[in-house]
Design a protein around this ligand. Sequence first.
Ligand SMILES: NC(=O)c1ccc[n+]([C@@H]2O[C@H](COP(=O)([O-])OP(=O)(O)OC[C@H]3O[C@@H](n4cnc5c(N)ncnc54)[C@H](OP(=O)(O)O)[C@@H]3O)[C@@H](O)[C@H]2O)c1
Length: 272
Amino acid sequence: MSDEIPQIGLGTWKNKGQETCAEAVEAALDAGYRHIDTAQIYGNERHVGEGLQNSDVPNDEVFVATKIWNNNLKYDKSGKKHHDDAYESALRSRDLLNVDTIDLLYVHWPAEDYGDGTLEALDRLYDEGVIENVGVSNFTPELVREAQRKLDAPLVANQVEMHPLLPQDEMLDFADDAGIDVVAYSPLGRGKALDLPEVQDVAEKHDATPAQVCVAWSIERGAKPIPKSENPDRIRENYGALDVSLDSDDVEKITSVDERERLIDPGFAPDW
Ligand SMILES: NC(=O)c1ccc[n+]([C@@H]2O[C@H](COP(=O)([O-])OP(=O)(O)OC[C@H]3O[C@@H](n4cnc5c(N)ncnc54)[C@H](OP(=O)(O)O)[C@@H]3O)[C@@H](O)[C@H]2O)c1
C-alpha cells in the first residue's frame, strides 16, 4: 500500500454489528473505496477484518486505519505485557483486523495517559513495521507541532471533525504548513449538514445529492473525508462524490454558511 491516504474512506463508528460492519466494508471496497477507518473503541475491528477477508479486493490494496483509545496510551518499556499499553494494544488491533500491517495508526484523543511514552510506542511500532504511518486525531495545531518534534517517525495526518457547519479553515492552513493531511471526520455533519439550504442548492445545480456535495466540498478543500454508512446504496452514493466537481463559488457558498456547530466535544477534548 502506498503512503498516500486515499481520497475517500469509509467511516465505521457505531457500525458494531458483525454482519452490518463486515458487509459495509465489503460493499465499500466493491464500490471503489480503498480506505477504511475504524478505532479500538468502536468495538468492530474484528468485523472490519472480516469484511476485508470477504472482499475480492486484495488486502494490500486497502488502506486500513485504526486509533488507540484513551485508556491504552501508556507505554511500559520494560517489556511487560499490559492490555492498556499503546504498543500491546496496537498488536491486538492488528490481530483483530487480521492484516500484516496497519496502514495508519492514530492517537484517538490527546487525553488520559497520552504523553511522550505514547509517541515512543508509536515510533517503535513504526520501526518494527507493525504500522506504516503515524497519525493523531483531535489534536490542536500546538499539540500537532509538539508531537512532530518528539516523534522520529513522520506524522502524516490529523483526523478532525470537519463539515459545512465546522469548516476548519485554520486547521487546513496549518496542515498545509505542517506538511500533514487533514482527514475529515463526520463529513456529513452526522446527517445535519444535509439539510442546509446552501448544500441543497449546490446539490441541485450539479444533479448530485446533498451527501455527495458535502464529501466533494471536503475534497475540494484538500481534506480526506471518511463518511460513514452501513447502507450499501448510501455507501455507493457517497463514493459518487468523486464525480461531482464543485467550482469555487459552490465551495465558497458552503464554507460561508452562517450556522456553526461542533458535534463531537467530550469532556476530555483539548481546549480547541
Ligand atoms: N477521530 C474521531 O474522534 C472521530 C469522531 C467521529 C467520527 N469519526 C470517524 O468518522 C466517520 C464518519 O463520521 P460520523 O459517523 O460521525 O458521521 P457522518 O459520516 O458525517 O454521518 C453518518 C450518518 O449519516 C448517515 N448517512 C450516510 N450517508 C448518507 C447519505 N448518502 N444520505 C443520508 N444519510 C447518510 C449515516 O446513516 P446510515 O449508516 O444509516 O447510512 C449516519 O447516520 C466515523 O464513522 C468514524 O469512522 C472519528
